[in-house]
Design a protein. Structure first.
Lengths: 766, 103
């Protein structure tokens, strides 16, 4: 319905502000900036971090699946504090008999329906570190105490600022059967030929982080909140059966003693190859796993890694191994994969190419990949990340076929886990505290990487519309992103999906690609090889872009609000030109074209003549007066009115502008920009983007006036699905309900499977 | 996509009917008419009932996957006339009642 707007009614609308908090600055929520972390989100002028160097000897006993190790840790105290004790992480103890993780899992009797369920609960595994000794480098016992997954060494003399201490630890543990006990690491046993594939991690006592934020980060490892580790240099000697192939964090130091001449020459060739080169072929791996020409004895593989926060490796005689050099930042990096034949045909075809692509894409958006190698190891079911190496699922069927899901699952997990080299291995946030800081940021760059791998890649997380079902859920079972890892409801959506989506929305909608990419890269550069916190991220993104994002962090990261903005009303106005010749003619036309009561229409025919038609004396002034007639007085008044207007005002008045007042409600609570697509009666369109700040004083309801030269035929809110609006039914004017998936399904007539369809096609062609 | 004549299709239909139940005056019988698996990780199953008198109140039990995943959260969004109702189902709250507004 269009209304004519009289100039006199153009009164300024008075806006009354109400108490608001959605746009309040985050100052109270964020820690006060200081000399260690500044207000711009960068490391402060006195930023410090500790260093932990490791020299380790480790051996895997393939008969008993037992790992034995001894290490010398050299710990440098770069903090301004004197440390009376040191804390060391014993992550394997999460599988120890007295582990809290088992005790704190919620169980109900309904969970135990079968003897198998009960058996699983009763399953006993002698896991956990067996610490044999903790000694000074001169062999004296150090006083230590174990509190579940943490070990405290009490120093005879506190470690002073800039002080360095070295000490030795000896230990062993039973390696878990990953397929039975689960876990991020462990072994997989292959019945055929009785072989083991080891993916080894969290395998040595590791220093805790001591920082300006947490002091010692010694929050117990309960199984979910992952790791916080200081950087350092590693030299690790890995002793395994002589016929095993080892893939590891770091660079191999003794290729001459562990690799054959052929393998070394293939490795050399791989460096400059533009496609992966096999260093161990499938045929060779299959020969090894049959153990027909069993090579007795052991071999020790020595690796060195500089400036890493952890160390992991994989070992098996089943491994094929391929590699390809990748050029990044003027350096040659070896992208490599290790996999058993069970991974083929997928692994040989894709794994190393995915590693190479991931390194390139992440280097573009974050920092140049700084390490010499990047490895993807095939381990059934899981995806788990360590510096330079990760363990990834994606196994074809035994017959060599695989579903599309297996393929995309494998692609996605490799990109994701290799991507973890950047978050958190290089940009080293505290995983024990904040899962989203590595998983969310990583999932975001994973999305960018997937889209560059294949056009239209079906990414599971990143696009705004994929998070809406989660966000509109029961708020009692949704946590804010800013929740400690252990307490999160719906882990994947909370810590991976929602932050990745939020960053994508910042990039596409709130900040724009240029500002976002610049700020995101600044964050990565500032915090590479350092320990950033959420505040450092929030502050840097604002500081480097001049976009006030406090409302965005507040809404998306600190609350469980969702996005649901509705178009409530569209009111249409047209300016009254004041010109009687135009306006009276228009009024007459409207009157004549208006709907007529049925009695009036019928009476026109049935009443042949009325009294006033017959008797000319009935109609007086009013009866004869034509209200649509323009007389001299009308003209005079119009001329007088025109004289009060400036030329530009008069032109505007005669412009025929179409004016629309649109009213919006924020039902979901999250303020978001209004992205509006107006369609006009001449089939043209115009998109208008209104920043989220329109909600800053009116949190529930806002209105906006739009002026066009043309008549609007329809209006859509969020037409490009970029704001994660959870209800699209209230996003159109005139109201247009989204067809349900059910309706779409029925329309598509998918009652047949693709093969049945193919049969029909063949019949048609015959 | 599963073929409607396959054993698997019948098994899925039976499983869905066990873990997604809707009562009006009586239990609504659903027939699985098909499914779609999207590569973004979502699977859609489409169920259809005969024409029923929907009445004013629906009792829904929806505990699909909850025996395997305790944190599974199920949601029903019901569109009826011009109204939209959403209910969430948790391990501890597997049954919900939707009262329909007759407008």
């Amino acid at each position: 319905m269009k209304r004519i707007l009289l100039l006199a009614s153009l009164l300024p609308a008075l806006a009354f502000s109400q108490e608001q908090n959605k746009f309040a600055q985050l100052e109270q929520e964020l820690p006060t900036p200081n000399e260690y972390r500044n207000a711009a989100g960068a490391p402060g002028h006195n930023y410090f971090q500790q260093k932990a160097d490791y020299k380790i000897e480790v051996e895997i006993d393939d008969e008993t699946q037992k790992l034995t190790g001894k290490e010398t840790i050299t710990y440098t105290n770069n903090s301004p504090d004197r440390l009376e004790y040191l804390w060391i992480q014993l992550d394997q103890n999460v599988r120890a008999d007295d582990s809290d993780s088992k005790l704190i899992s919620v169980e109900r009797m309904e969970d135990f329906r079968s003897i198998g369920d009960l058996e699983k609960k009763m399953f006993y595994f002698d896991g956990g570190f067996k610490i044999e000794e903790v000694k000074t480098t001169s062999g004296k016992n150090l006083s230590y105490s174990i509190n579940k997954t943490m070990l405290r060494i009490d120093l005879v003399k506190p470690l002073a600022p800039n002080g360095v201490i070295s000490f030795n630890i000896k230990w062993w543990y039973n390696i878990n059967n990953r397929m039975k006990v689960g876990g991020r690491s462990g072994f997989e046993h292959f019945e055929e030929n009785d072989n083991y594939l080891y993916t080894i991690a969290q395998w040595f006592p590791r220093m805790c982080v001591y920082s300006d934020v947490e002091g010692w980060q010694n929050k117990q490892f309960l199984g979910r909140g992952e790791f916080a580790l200081p950087f350092g240099d590693y030299e690790v000697s890995i002793t395994v059966p002589a016929d095993h192939i080892v893939g590891s964090t770091g660079e191999l130091q003794n290729p001459n003693s562990v690799l054959s001449t052929t393998q070394r020459s293939r490795f050399k060739k791989a460096k400059n190859a533009d496609t992966p080169i096999l260093i161990v072929t499938q045929e060779e791996a299959e020969t090894a796993e049959k153990k027909e020409q069993e090579i007795k004895g052991k071999k020790t593989w020595i690796f060195k890694a500089k400036n890493v926060r952890d160390f992991a490796f994989a070992s098996s005689r089943k491994f094929m191994w391929d590699a390809q050099g990748v050029d990044i930042g003027g350096k040659k990096i070896m992208a490599m994969s290790y996999y058993p034949k069970e991974g083929n045909p997928l692994w040989e075809r894709y794994s190393t190419k995915l590693v190479a692509h991931t390194l390139k894409t992440y280097s573009k958006y974050t920092v140049d990949y700084p390490y010499p190698v990047a490895i993807s190891v095939h381990s059934k079911w899981i995806g788990m990340e360590y510096p330079m190496i990760c363990f990834n699922g994606g196994r074809p069927e035994a017959d060599g076929t695989y579903s599309k899901h297996t393929k995309y699952g494998m692609w996605g997990v490799i990109i994701h886990e290799v991507g973890h080299n950047f978050f958190p291995m290089i940009i080293n946030s505290d995983e024990r505290q904040w899962t989203w800081m590595d998983e969310g940021l990583n999932t975001f760059v994973q999305y960018l990487t997937e889209q560059e791998w294949e056009r239209g890649y079906p990414s599971r997380r990143g696009p705004a519309h994929l998070i809406t079902n989660y966000m509109r859920g029961d708020k009692d079972r949704i946590s804010p992103i800013m929740t400690n890892s252990e307490s999160i409801w719906q882990f994947g959506n909370n810590a991976y999906g929602k932050p990745a989506t939020a960053l994508n929305i910042l990039r596409e909608t709130i900040m724009g690609r240029e500002l976002f990419d610049h700020a995101f890269k600044i964050y990565c550069e500032r915090w590479k090889f350092k320990h950033p916190t959420p505040a450092d991220f929030f502050r840097t993104m604002e500081d480097a872009s001049a976009v006030d994002l406090d409302w965005f962090w507040r809404g998306w990261f600190y609350t469980t609000d969702h996005v649901d903005i509705s178009i409530d009303a569209v009111d249409w106005f047209e300016l009254n030109s004041g010109n009687p010749t135009i306006e009276k003619a228009k009024a007459k036309m409207e009157m004549e074209s208006s709907d007529e009561h049925i009695g009036v229409s019928r009476n026109k025919k049935s009443i042949k003549e009325t009294v006033n038609e017959r008797d000319g004396d009935i109609d007086d002034f009013y009866g004869k007066h034509d209200i649509y007639n323009v007389d001299a007085l009308d003209i005079q008044e119009y001329e007088d009115f025109k004289n009060t207007l400036a030329k530009a005002q008069l032109e505007l008045l005669n412009s025929g502008k179409q004016i629309y007042e649109v009213t919006f409600s924020n039902i979901g609570g999250l303020p978001m920009p209004l992205i509006l697509e107006f369609s006009f009666t001449d089939d043209t369109r115009e998109v208008i983007r209104i920043p989220a700040e329109i909600w800053r004083r009116h949190e529930q309801k806002v209105s906006k006036v739009f002026v066009f030269d043309k008549e609007v035929s329809s209006l859509r809110l969020d037409p490009f699905l970029e704001t994660a609006d959870t209800d699209l039914d209230n996003n159109s004017w005139p109201t247009k309900k989204q067809p349900s998936r059910y309706e779409l399904f029925k329309k598509k007539n998918l009652r047949e499977n693709p093969m049945q369809r193919d049969l029909r096609l063949k019949e048609l062609n015959n | 996509m599963l073929s409607p004549n396959s054993k698997e299709f019948k098994a899925v239909e039976a499983y869905l009917n066990t873990h997604f139940k809707v009562w009006t005056k009586e239990l609504v019988q659903f027939k699985l008419i098909g499914s779609e698996v999207s590569l973004s990780g979502t699977t859609n199953f489409y169920l259809e009932s005969e024409v029923i008198d929907i009445g004013t109140e629906l009792r829904i039990t929806f505990d699909l996957l909850m025996n395997t995943y305790q944190q599974q959260q199920n949601k029903v969004t019901l569109k009826h006339r011009n109204n939209k109702y959403t209910e969430t189902f948790l391990y501890t709250e597997r049954t919900q009642i939707i009262t329909l507004e007759n407008k």
